[in-house]
Design a protein around this ligand. Sequence first.
Ligand SMILES: Nc1ncnc2c1ncn2[C@@H]1O[C@H](COP(=O)(O)OP(=O)(O)O)[C@@H](O)[C@H]1O
Ligand SMILES: [Mg+2]
Length: 512
Amino acid sequence: MGGDSALQVGIDMGTLTGGQPAKLDIEELLATRLLVQGNSGSGKSHLLRRLLEQSAPWVQQVIIDPEGDFVTLSDRYGHVVVDGERSEAELAGIADRIRRHRVSCVLTLEGLDVEQQMRAAAAFLNGLFDAERDYWYPVLVVVDEAQMFAPAVGGDVSEDARKMSLGAMTNLMCRGRKRGLAGVIATQRLAKLAKNVAAEASNFLMGRTFLDIDMARAADLLGMDRRQAEMFRDLKRGNFVALGPALSRRPLPIVIGDVETSARSSSPKLMPLPDAVADVEDLIFTPDPEEFARPHVRRVPPAPRPTTDILAELSRATPISDAPLPSVEPRASAPVLSAEEREERLSAVLSEILDDPQSGYRTDAALYQDFLVRARMRRVAGPPMALGDFRRRVAVVRSGVDEETAAGEAWGTALMLSASVTDDLQGVFLMLAKAAIRREACPSDAKIARAYGTHSARRARRLLGYFEEQGLIIVHADFSGKRIVGIPDLQAETAPGAADAPDSDDGALAAE
Ligand SMILES: Nc1ncnc2c1ncn2[C@@H]1O[C@H](COP(=O)(O)OP(=O)(O)O)[C@@H](O)[C@H]1O
Ligand SMILES: [Mg+2]
């Protein structure tokens, strides 16, 4: 796309205070993403529609539409309407075909309950994300009411649905760029949107905001002081303050212009398409025979484990030292352990669980539950280890680090570096760091996959790509094609290793 000047398009979002057109640089937007914030009725959906209509001729679009508002784009701009009431596998398949055939679409989630909406959106977003490299063309991925899909805190829905949806949104915003996915998200309550998701947007359009907490978050994101952010309180409907590389270098008030299509169709269902585009439908909804041969990336997490949530909740709620322990704690009979004894027992329980080769494929929540139960059986008194600490220790154990390496300075740096990636990736990063520090052979795809809790070698390679994007590692090969991972911050690199070597602990790993 880079050198193609035809794609350097400034679309017209509306007008500036002086009446000049307010431009949005689409090419820049693809690289830097957009967050729209404003209370209900401030004009966010209208703004998104303006953006979609103006950019429709220039870029493929996918809209995650909780209310079925955007299905009206279909008539004029040819978006395929996908009803979210389908199985997750079906949605992932459709999303994949949307990318392969470069067709714009609206995923309407109207009529589904919140949990179903989250699952459907996640399956679809993951399908877009998992497209093969050959199809990483640029797509604007617009998510209206994004706080629903990337909530800052757990709500009424199952932990499982929340994780799935938040994971998909995080992928979109944090890792989508390389795959051509450009997130455009709108939220009515900034404080309700997961911070990591909001933080990845470099462009902002801020509309009317009246809660202090949202204003404070907006000010932080925009790098304004809080008094300055007071201006968001008085914005009229359709008025937004624009900031970011695709919009303006300084906060700039703009008025969003008119739209061509209306906000609602009488029927949000699949619209009959004119003959000319009937083929597109067929293309999108019918799997190609060859697809059946392709393994599907499985992301569907196991059944919810409410007990885990309760246990985790308990452990979080327990203050470290002061307050008496909850009444469910064992009676006075629990022996008093010294700090070392306690640590020893906890380590023993931890290795017991992680020594099982299958443990890599169990969710952290399941392992954690197991851990808490076993710790209690062994009468390890005191407040249970918090989930965050547990994950951290699992990551360290999974890295396979030995005592000598763990005591070294380089390992301290590796731990610090690992903090910059999400919990679920730390173990993999530490495994690479350990191999680099000790100059061991670069772990194979299979080994990386297992540390990441997947059977997919493709996901393992993708993970390396992600670390590389983040500047954490450099992947190259020796003369014979063996892989070497260098970690610049450690000034160390692994010895060459065969990427396709089988995983010694688990030969059953699926080859892809
Ligand atoms: N810039 C605008 N020009 C004209 N009408 C607008 C504008 N922005 C919003 N509206 C209208 O105001 C109402 C609320 O806008 P909407 O975009 O649905 O708000 P939100 O999505 O923030 O809740 C809608 O009826 C919409 O058509
Ligand atoms: Mg809206």
